[in-house]
Structures are given as structure tokens and as C-alpha cells.
Design a protein around this ligand. Structure first.
Ligand code: SAH
Ligand code: SF4
Length: 430
């Protein structure tokens, strides 16, 4: 979501006449986009502010993103040298803030709501890839998991109209984009205020209807993240089974394999309800990649709870997973609980769980050797000019020797090798 925010901000600033530079030392204005999901990310901001402040030419300095939204005015005192602060939903008024600072105003701050006519599109030059584009479909979060700061930094859930999403997909297709990612904190909680754009499209939930409506545009590949387990209706898997262009990848963060911990986290799912969803995903004829997020060391998590997580990870055979050490966030309900698992113990659990997920990942990757995957050639590999790299429909990174004339094309690659976090293979018929 932060990458998507940066792309939109870059698009709107260029449209207003600003010029972007890749060279930090040349910049007259520096804008830091921030994350506050864990404490470490927040600390990075203050380090960066310190670095910019050391510059003699004193560029204008602004902060946007989640830390901006949460800290607001405090940032001016805490991070001396900051000229303006823009909240998560105020990014459409960034140009105004810059002009005000330019006219000599001090400590400009805007933490206000998003404009009704906010432009969600990204210009083709500002996308992280010419062939892949993010489309936010829902912002904010209403779930209030007890450890999480996101509902405070991103506000309440608000879904974009399906008609607007489909209009964006069609425009991106015209611009040569082959793959779109429908993004949001919980995409499957999608609930637009009207059914405009979904007329005549079947589905058990607004999200599965949206998936089918987007599939019907004929765009080559559609991915979506993140899915919230409680709202993960089996009709999502039905839609993937029906439409080839809905990609075979589901990111479904479980957070813990212990019902006691899940209750403490207020996740709204149990180990058993999660397993039922996984069973449905695994039954698909599409061979769906399953990835997850897990927190280790939530307050009160015992060794037994942790072993339940290990067992669940073994059961689910995750194809990949992000593991996080619990980080107390001020303002969240869990912050009031004692952070009673030591950092060393969190690290030990992290490593034990990582070993299990790396093994299930390796086993699932090894099963692909000899098979053919459809890979979008996204860029030349950083390691070799003769190798292209991209993602498969199942969202695995695949490297293969080929010339740059194939960039942007979907190539059939026969997989020959499994590496730690990627696959290697040879393009067929070339
Ligand atoms: N909406 C998504 C994820 C949002 S945040 C979901 O519900 O799954 C991304 C991930 O950061 C979460 O899945 C969680 O694993 C991790 N995370 C969030 N808050 C955290 C905290 N306080 N400490 C450690 N990890 C955290
Ligand atoms: Fe945070 Fe839970 Fe919302 Fe995900 S669903 S963003 S973890 S509160």
C-alpha cells in the first residue's frame, strides 16, 4: 500500500509541474513515506530525518504515511527540521502543503480526510513496473486486531466503486499493463456503497463478484492481496477455478496456530476455521500457492501455543511466509499487556518457524521442477544481463536466460532448478 501511495503521489506531483529526481543530493524537496506497523520501521524515520538535516543546502522536508498520521504535530518537535506533515488520506493535497511551505509558512500539517474526487490513478511513468500495476480497491481497516496500528493509521474501511476499478483496469490494458494487483488491508472485506459496475455479475460476496467482473475485462493476469481469513468465502476459490486470468495465489495471514493466542489477538478466526479455508484452497485444480503472515511472541504466547503454530504451518504447507516478532504498538489494546516473551525467545521461535516454512517452501518448489510456468518477464536480472526475471501466475520469482526484447511478454518457462526464494528455468520455444 505504501508503494502504491508513493506512485500516486509521484504521479500527482509531476502533473503539477514538479520534476522527480533519483539523486537525493539534487532534490530541493525530500518526502519521506513512512510505515508504523512495527517499532523498527518507525525508528528508521528519525534516522533519515537526521541525515537530511545534515545537508547544508537545507532541502524542504516532508513526512507522509502512517507515522505522519499517528504522530501529527509531535513530529515537528521529535524530528527537528521537518517542514510539513501529510496524513494517509491527505496525500491529494500535498501540492498545497509544499506551496505553503514555499511561501514561508512554518510547520504545515494536514491530517484531514480524502477528497470525494481523489484521483486513484497512477501515470504509467511512475509505476514500479511498466507491466504490473497496483489498484487499491479498499482502504483502511475495521478489524482492530489487538496488536495492530493499521486501523488507527489508515482509518475505517472504504471501498472504491467497482465501476471505477473496472475503468482503471481497461485504461491500464490500453497502456500495455499485463498484470494488476487488487490491493487493500483486507480485499475480501470489499463492500462498495452501490453495486454500480457489478450488474449482472454473479458471486456470493461483493469481492467475488468484483473478481469475476475484473476477470471479464480480459486482462491477462489478476492478483489480489491481502485476504482476511474470517471473510474468506469459498466462492473466491470458485472464481479462481472458473477464470484462468485470476491467478493461482492466495495470501491469507493466519498470525498464530493457537486458539488462545488468536482470541487474544481478536482475529475472528480459529485454527479449525482457518484449516477449512486452506482445505478448499488445496482442493482447487489450479495448484494455488498459499502464503501467510505469522507473529511470534504475542503477549502470553507459551511454548505450547508456539508448537501449535508449528503444527499448523506443517499442516498448511505454506509456499512462503512472512514471520514477525511481536512489536508493541502504543495505542493498541495489546500494548496494555505485558510484552512477556523476551526478544531472544521471539528470535528462537522466529528461527524455528522459519526452518519449517523454508522446508515446506522447498518441497513445494521441488515439485515444480520439470513443469512449465507462465512467467511475466518483468526486468533484466540484477545479477546478469542475459537473464530475465519475473513472477509466475502462482507468484513465484522465476529467472530464465533470455534477451530483453521479451520484456513485458508472458513466457512459458520450464523449471529446472529450485533456489532459496526463486526458481530457475528455460524459456520454451525460444
Ligand atoms: N491486513 C493484513 C495485514 C496488515 S499488517 C492482515 O490482517 O493480515 C501486515 C502484517 O504485519 C500482519 O499480517 C502482521 O503479521 C504484522 N504485524 C502487524 N502488527 C504487528 C505488530 N504489532 N507486531 C508484529 N507484527 C505485526
Ligand atoms: Fe491490522 Fe488486523 Fe486490520 Fe490486518 S485485519 S490491518 S492485522 S487490524
Amino acid at each position: 500500500m505504501n508503494v502504491s501511495d508513493s506512485e500516486r503521489v509521484a504521479s500527482s506531483l509531476v502533473a503539477e509541474g514538479y520534476e522527480l529526481t533519483q539523486e537525493e543530493s539534487e532534490a530541493d524537496i525530500i518526502l519521506l513515506n513512512t510505515c508504523s506497523v512495527r517499532e523498527k520501521a518507525e525508528h528508521k524515520l528519525y534516522t533519515r530525518v537526521g541525515q537530511v538535516r545534515e545537508r547544508e543546502d537545507r532541502p524542504m522536508l516532508g513526512v507522509m504515511g502512517c507515522v505522519a498520521q499517528l504522530e501529527g504535530e509531535n513530529l515537528f518537535a521529535h524530528g527537528r527540521g521537518i517542514d510539513f506533515v501529510i496524513g494517509t488520506r491527505a496525500v491529494g493535497r500535498l501540492g498545497d502543503a509544499i506551496s505553503r511551505v514555499g511561501q514561508g509558512e512554518d510547520r504545515v500539517i494536514d491530517l484531514g480526510e480524502r477528497e470525494e474526487d481523489y484521483d486513484w490513478s497512477v501515470s504509467d511513468r511512475q509505476r514500479h513496473s511498466p507491466y504490473v500495476s497496483f489498484i487499491p480497491i479498499i482502504e483502511g481497516c475495521n478489524k482492530f486486531c489487538t496488536y495492530c496500528i493499521v486501523p488507527f493509521s489508515r482509518g475505517r474501511e472504504k471501498s472504491l466503486p467497482a465501476s471505477e476499478i473496472i475503468r482503471q483496469v481497461r485504461r491500464l490494458m490500453e497502456e500495455g499493463v499485463s498484470e494488476i494487483h487488487l490491493i487493500g488491508q483486507n480485499v475480501n472485506s470489499y463492500r462498495p456503497s452501490s453495486a454500480e459496475g457489478l450488474e449482472g455479475v454473479a458471486g456470493a460476496t461483493p469481492f467475488s463478484r468484483l473478481l469475476r467482473a475484473v476477470a471479464q475485462t480480459g486482462i491477462e493476469r489478476i492478483k489480489f492481496a491481502t485476504s482476511f481469513p474470517r471473510d474468506f468465502h469459498p466462492d473466491i476459490v470458485d472464481a479462481i477455478d472458473e477464470h484462468e486470468n485470476l491467478c493461482n495465489w492466495v495470501h491469507l495471514p493466519v498470525q498464530s496456530g493457537s486458539n488462545v493466542v488468536l482470541r487474544g489477538m481478536r482475529r475472528g478466526h480459529t485454527v479449525e476455521s482457518y484449516m477449512r479455508r486452506i482445505d478448499r484452497v488445496r482442493e482447487s485444480h489450479r495448484d494455488i500457492t498459499l502464503t501467510t503472515d505469522i507473529i511470534v511472541g504475542f503477549p502470553g504466547e507459551t511454548e505450547e501455543d508456539f508448537q501449535d503454530t508449528i503444527r499448523l504451518a506443517e499442516y498448511c504447507k505454506f509456499d512462503s511466509g512472512y514471520i514477525f516478532r511481536y512489536s508493541p504498538r502504543p495505542g493498541t489494546p495489546a500494548y496494555e499487556l505485558e510484552d512477556d516473551v523476551t526478544f531472544e525467545e521471539k528470535t528462537r521461535r522466529f528461527q524455528e518457524l522459519e526452518r519449517v516454512i523454508r522446508r515446506t517452501q522447498r518441497e513445494s518448489q521441488e515439485k515444480i521442477i520439470g513443469k512449465t510456468l507462465k512467467v511475466l518477464a518483468e526486468r533484466v536480472s540484477a545479477k546478469s544481463d542475459d537473464v530475465l526475471t519475473g513472477h509466475s501466475t502462482c507468484h513465484r520469482v522465476v529467472n530464465f536466460p533470455a534477451g530483453r526484447h521479451l520484456l513485458g511478454k508472458v513466457i512459458e518457462v520450464e523449471v529446472t532448478e529450485s533456489k532459496v526464494n526463486s526458481l530457475f528455468g528455460h524459456a520454451k520455444g525460444i
